[in-house]
Design a protein around this ligand. Sequence first.
Ligand code: ZN
Length: 208
Amino acid sequence: MAKLYFNYSSMNAGKSTVLLQASYNYVERGMNTLLLIAAIDDRAGRGRIASRIGLSAEADIFTDATDLHSHVAHAMQRAPVHAVFVDEAQFLTENQVWQLAKVADDFGIPVMCFGLRTDFQGKLFPGSAALLALADALKEIKTICWCGRKATMVARLDLNGQIVEEGEQVVIGGEETYVSLCRRHWTRRQLATSSGAQAHRSEPGPAV
Ligand SMILES: [Zn+2]
């Protein structure tokens, strides 16, 4: 039975790297994968899943309006699809998560979703909430806080490196950066040790 998977993490845990490696494992065996990535604006057409260590692959872009069940069905008319991979899955709508569940159930195709669990205020993204509710299998991709503990939270930083408390869940085209912290240091708003060691700073992120 094909399953719907949700691989979740905080920022900079290497989600896209894991996704691309898993897709490659299929391709290496002569199978076809369908890669999808959420649009962070109104772009349409082809997108790209890129990892911080340099791997990348072309992907189809989806918006809130994309019917993902139909999208996969159309792709299957062109060529067999052996697995579906979704990056930035936190931006799925609840309906789209149901559509992906139907892809697994109706077509027998495993669907692997990768995304952030929570936003910079510690709240679930809509896509993540639906995936946590509906996925057959949940897996955490782990990364660490500057202190060495597992980082489960994401903080948004402004241009001055200060933690932002308020704002939209998704910022498009902003200058924010993001850093992953353990819950203790996220709660204390502590980005580094008191001795002055700097926290690892992330690249500018599209949206958290
Ligand atoms: Zn910490």
